[in-house]
Design a protein around this ligand. Structure first.
Ligand code: DX5
Ligand code: ZN
Length: 220
């Protein structure tokens, strides 16, 4: 199933509550919340206290993308704050299996992300426990970068591996997704589409979300 997850990295932070409510009106399925610590990536965004406040503004799925060095340390805070999907990087410093188990024990969906330079096979040992894998199509840290089409073979390989194991794992793609690139990602096998600048920079976000969905749906 296709899910559109607007990245709030590109929203107006002075009115986040309204932006969240508006994304629901525009037909978003999830909200992609980019958490950056200024250490794992060279940028700082927000933490669990703000997620907790925003939880009051939306009942959409909170898809938290943790770009932080020690996710295990902060995951209990994000669980308490109301995150639904908790995605951390395979390149981070926390023990991967223990961190996945911590997320799953709380009934939340565990997800692993890979940066462009990381082989997709890095997630294979954990695949059976994951609800989602995020394949980055930009270097994490900033919105508005160009889509890296050369990441598509990773998505194709991962979709094949999931099928081979009989898993219906969500495959998320994040970075440079727009009306020009969404079909490339969906054709490769990605069904959860993150878009920041394409949605928040659009004059008609509702139309953009609907077009992203219909373009991707051709492949599912
Ligand atoms: C980048 C973030 C992305 C980013 C995507 O590190 O993980 O979620 O906001 O932004 P766009 O869609 O503008 O590339
Ligand atoms: Zn992200």
């Amino acid at each position: 199933m296709i899910k559109i997850s607007p990245s709030i990295l590109s929203c107006d932070y002075s009115k986040m509550g309204e932006e969240f409510e508006n994304m629901k009106r525009c037909g978003a399925d999830w909200l992609h919340i980019d958490v950056m610590d200024g250490h794992f990536v060279p940028n700082i965004t927000l933490g669990a206290p703000l997620v907790k406040c925003l939880r009051k503004c939306s009942d959409l799925v909170f898809d938290c993308h943790l770009m932080i060095s020690d996710p295990k340390k902060y995951i209990p805070d994000f669980i308490k704050a109301g995150a639904d999907v908790i995605c951390f990087h395979v390149e981070a410093d926390s023990p991967i299996e223990e961190t996945i188990d911590l997320i799953r024990e709380s009934g939340k969906v565990a997800a692993l992300a890979v940066k462009p330079g990381t082989d997709i096979e890095a997630v294979y040992p954990y695949l059976d426990k994951l609800g989602m894998v995020l394949v980055m199509t930009v270097e994490p840290g900033f919105g508005g970068q160009s889509f890296m089409e050369d990441m598509m073979p990773k998505i194709v390989k991962l979709r094949e591996e999931c099928e081979r194991r009989g898993l219906e794992t969500d495959i998320q793609v994040d970075g440079g997704i727009s009306l020009k690139t969404v079909e490339i990602a969906a054709k490769a096998g990605a069904n959860v589409l993150v878009a920041g600048s394409a949605i928040f920079g659009s004059d008609d976000p509702k139309e953009t979300i609907s077009l992203l969905r219909s373009s991707a749906a051709k492949y599912f």
